[in-house]
Design a binder for this molecule. Structure first.
Ligand code: SF4
Length: 211
């Protein structure tokens, strides 16, 4: 059966943004397993990333990442220092084989990002030195997430949340919107410096993959 994606190929597979530099953007629908806080605060539900043309690219991206050839993605990724996985949405197990192939093919590029899926993190972390995923947790996450023994990021952090003292937490993301931290979210020493406007973006930081 033909779909609206059959004749579609984006001008560039990687998406650009001022914070992360470039990313693989995936859909929310059918991909995310959000917590209550994540669903309420999600930055990808509105604005530029939620435009129909961008959602079409996200849906296409997910299919492409499950498909037989990622040659063009490899070409684009090779010229980058770091690429954020799941700049929007979340990864799925169907993407694992091609992400391993991408990391192998682009050994000078760091592939990094966040996921709420423990099975995806377990399949990707520790497999290759240039593939680093943080598991996202927040105050509405199920207790079972804390059984994960790998690196974590905490966010969105709401005003009343107390960040656990836990060495696994690499980065804290204070809830922010439109480039501003929401009133009342306290500072934390592990806060993302780009969210706090201490650095201009991930390429000046790298904390989420330098662990
Ligand atoms: S902590 Fe650093 S690498 Fe991680 S999201 Fe923030 S700026 Fe980017």
């Amino acid at each position: 059966m033909k779909t609206s994606l059959d004749n579609y190929f984006p001008t560039t597979i990687l998406s650009s943004n001022t914070k992360t530099g470039c990313s693989i953007n995936l859909p929310i629908k059918g991909h995310c397993t959000p917590t209550k806080n994540c669903a309420a605060c999600c930055y990808a539900k509105s604005g530029h990333t939620a435009l129909p043309t961008n959602i079409r690219k996200q849906v296409w991206m997910s299919q492409y990442l499950k498909g037989p050839s990622i040659a063009q993605l490899i070409l684009e990724t090779k010229s980058r220092t770091a690429v954020r996985l799941s700049g929007t949405g979340d990864l799925s197990l169907d993407h694992v084989n091609n992400l391993l192939w991408l990391a192998q093919s682009c050994s000078s590029t760091m592939l990094w990002g966040m996921t709420r899926k423990l099975d995806v993190a377990a399949e990707l972390n520790g497999r290759l030195p240039n593939l680093k995923l943080l598991v996202s947790v927040d105050s509405s996450s199920p207790d079972s997430v804390w059984n994960y023994q790998g690196p974590l990021c905490y966010g969105p952090r709401l005003a009343g949340d107390v960040v656990p003292r836990d060495k696994r937490i690499i980065t804290v993301f204070p809830y922010h919107k439109g480039g501003r931290v929401i009133n009342g979210v306290p500072n934390h020493k592990k806060d993302c410096p780009a969210v706090r406007h201490v650095v201009d973006g991930c390429m000046s930081c790298g904390r989420c993959w330098k662990w």
